[in-house]
Design a protein around this ligand. Structure first.
Ligand code: PMP
Length: 405
C-alpha cells in the first residue's frame, strides 16, 4: 500500500512539516474516526441500555454494533467475550485482579518475560506479592526474542499464568504466540497476551491464537483514547468475579447480596464509553479496508529503510532484532547523547520521536541503559519521514561531536 494521505488526518494536514514517528505511544486520528464520534454525539447520543425510548435504543444498537465490528476485526467469533475497557492497562489489571485473585495462591508461579511493558508486569508482580506467589521472569535472547527452550525451563506444575507481549513496544520483536500458548497450556497455565502493539500492526485473529486473554488499546490503532478491549475465553470470564461493581453489571441487587449480568456486561460497570467504541469500530473498519497485510508490508518497508540507514551512521546502536523480525518500532541510541537531548534536537527539525524507558524498566536494565530513543512508524508515514529522521539523527550527532571536541 501507499501511505494513507495526510489529508485524511486533520492534525497532520494542519501541520505539513510535522514528522510524526511516535505511533507506538499513540496514533494520529483519521477523519473517519473523528466523524464517527461526532456523528454518534450529534445523532444517537443517549445512555445505552438505560432507556426504553427510541433514542436510547439507537445508542444501544450503535454500541453493540461497534462491539461486533471490533470483534470481527480481531477475529473474535463470540463478541460477548470482547469487553470494552479503557485500554490495555485496564484490561490486564482486570485479568490479574479478577482471574488472578480467584486462581493464584501461595506458592503458585506466574511467568512473565523481560520484555514486558509495565502494564503486563506490575499487575502480576503485585498479585504475586499479595498471594506470596512467585514471579518468574523469562530472560530474552541477545536480539530480544523469547526462546521457547528457555521459557520451557521456567514452567511447571505450579505455573498458573504465562504473560507475554505479542510485540515488544521497545524492540518491536514479534513473539511466537502459538508456541508460547502451547507451552502454557501444556502445564495447565493460562496464556495472557498483551496485544497493544500487535492489533494495530499485524493481522490478528485472537480465536486462532489460542490465547486465554488478549488485551489491546484503541488509541494505538487510529481509534480514540479511553477505549480498549479485553478478549477472554467464555468459560474463564463466566467463572471470574467482576472487576468493578455498580450499574449495568448486575442482574439483581438484594439488600445483602447481588447477582451478575451476563457477558459482556458483567465486566462493564457504569455508563460505557459508547462514543469511544463507535470511534474504535470506525478505526477497525478503516484498517480492515486497507488490509492488515498491506499495513504490515508498508511498515516493513519503512522500518527496513530506517534501520539500514541509521545503522550506517557511526555511533548509532539499534536494539532488538533484524528489521525483518520486527514490527514498525526502532529503538536506538546515538553514542552517549542522552535520548532526551536527541529527541529535543529532532523536535527542532519537527520530528517527533519518543525518548525514555518506554514503561519497560526491567527491559532497560537488561539492555544496560536507562533510556533509548524510539521511532515508530504507521500508515501515514512515508519515505520522506525516514529521510527526516535520518537527517535529524545525523545533525544531532554532528552537533554533539562538535560539543565533545
Ligand atoms: N502494553 C504495551 C506493549 C504498550 O505498548 C502499551 C502502551 N505503551 C501498553 C501496554 C499500555 O497501553 P495503554 O496505555 O493504552 O493502557
Amino acid at each position: 500500500m501507499m501511505s494513507l494521505p495526510r489529508s485524511e488526518f486533520p492534525l497532520l494536514a494542519a501541520s505539513p512539516r510535522l514528522v510524526y514517528l511516535d505511533s507506538a505511544a499513540t496514533t494520529q486520528k483519521p477523519r473517519v474516526v473523528l466523524d464517527a464520534i461526532r456523528d454518534f454525539y450529534e445523532n444517537d447520543n443517549a445512555n445505552p441500555h438505560r432507556g426504553a425510548y427510541e433514542l436510547s435504543v439507537r445508542a444501544t444498537r450503535r454500541y453493540h454494533d461497534a462491539r461486533a465490528r471490533v470483534a470481527a476485526f480481531l477475529g473474535v467469533r463470540d463478541s460477548d467475550c470482547l469487553i470494552f475497557t479503557r485500554g490495555t492497562t485496564e484490561s490486564l489489571n482486570l485479568v490479574a485482579s479478577s482471574w488472578g485473585r480467584a486462581n493464584v495462591g501461595a506458592g503458585d508461579e506466574i511467568v512473565v518475560t523481560a520484555a514486558e511493558h509495565h502494564a503486563n508486569f506490575v499487575p502480576w508482580q503485585q498479585l504475586a506479592l499479595e498471594r506470596t506467589a512467585r514471579l518468574r521472569i523469562c530472560e530474552l535472547e541477545a536480539d530480544g526474542s523469547i526462546d521457547l527452550d528457555r521459557l520451557r525451563t521456567l514452567l511447571g506444575s505450579r505455573t498458573r499464568v504465562v504473560a507475554f507481549p505479542y510485540v515488544s513496544n521497545v524492540l518491536g520483536t514479534i513473539a511466537p504466540v502459538r508456541e508460547i500458548v502451547d507451552l502454557a497450556h501444556g502445564v495447565g497455565a493460562i496464556a495472557v497476551c498483551d496485544g497493544a502493539q500487535a492489533a494495530p500492526h499485524l493481522s490478528v485473529c485472537v480465536d486462532d491464537l489460542g490465547v486465554d486473554f488478549f488485551a489491546a488499546s484503541g488509541h494505538k490503532m487510529l481509534g480514540p483514547t479511553g477505549i480498549g478491549v479485553l478478549v477472554g475465553r467464555r468459560y474463564l470470564l463466566d467463572a471470574m468475579p467482576p472487576f468493578m461493581t455498580g450499574g449495568d453489571m448486575i442482574e439483581f441487587v438484594e439488600d445483602d447480596h447481588s447477582t451478575w449480568n451476563r457477558l459482556p456486561h458483567k465486566f462493564e460497570a457504569g455508563t460505557p464509553n459508547a462514543a469511544g467504541a463507535v470511534g474504535l469500530a470506525a478505526a477497525a473498519d478503516l484498517l480492515q479496508r486497507i488490509g492488515m497485510d498491506a499495513v504490515r508490508t508498508h511498515e516493513r518497508g519503512l522500518v527496513n529503510a530506517a534501520y539500514q540507514r541509521l545503522a550506517a551512521i557511526e555511533g548509532v546502536r539499534i536494539y532488538g532484532p533484524a528489521p525483518e523480525h520486527r514490527s514498525g518500532v526502532l529503538s536506538f541510541n546515538v553514542g552517549d547523547v542522552h535520548p532526551h537531548d536527541l529527541a529535543t534536537i529532532l523536535d527542532s527539525y519537527h520530528v517527533c520521536i519518543r525518548a525514555g524507558h518506554h514503561c519497560a524498566q526491567p527491559l532497560m536494565r537488561r539492555l544496560g541503559v536507562s533510556a533509548t530513543a524510539r521511532a515508530s512508524f504507521y500508515v501515514y508515514n512515508d519515505d520522506a519521514d525516514v529521510d527526516a529522521l535520518v537527517n535529524g539523527v545525523m545533525a544531532a550527532r554532528e552537533m554533539f561531536s562538535r560539543v565533545g571536541a
